[in-house]
Design a protein around this ligand. Structure first.
Ligand code: 5GP
Length: 111
């Protein structure tokens, strides 16, 4: 079971800000911005590069959910959506998720 599956199963506590049949959104334990939420599919796809054609609707759902959460969090000045993959991408939890970051001006390009 991945860390995020344990959070979804309520075996590990997390600050849940949104949940539906397909996804859950939690506050990141080590926030990199004033608002840092992770939108996680309940289906444990290891990383976005391993998503399959049948996951197309789920991937779209995650983006729509990320935008919904950003609105819920009051990020009307803007926000960033990030998906990390692999060592160079900074992936640390092998259960794909969408980072929603905002609450101040974010630098670009990232390091
Ligand atoms: P990744 O590096 O895989 O893109 O993102 C994993 C994220 O999960 C990191 O930003 C990390 O801070 C967060 N994280 C790791 N462990 C936990 C945890 O136990 N609870 C929560 N809420 N976030 C976690």
């Amino acid at each position: 079971m991945t860390l995020f599956e344990k959070i979804i199963a309520r075996e590990i506590p997390a600050q849940i800000v949104y949940e539906d049949d397909l996804s859950i959104a939690i506050r990141d334990i080590n926030p990199q911005a004033p608002v840092h939420v992770l939108v996680i599919p309940k289906k444990p796809i290891a990383r976005v590069g391993e998503a399959q054609p049948e996951d197309q609707a789920l991937l779209g759902h995650l983006l729509l959910t990320a935008a919904k959460v950003a609105k819920q969090e009051g990020l009307e000045n803007g926000f960033r959506i990030t998906i990390n993959q692999g060592v160079d991408g900074g992936e640390t939890v092998p259960h794909m998720h969408v980072h929603v970051l905002g609450g101040h001006s974010l630098s670009w390009p990232p390091g």
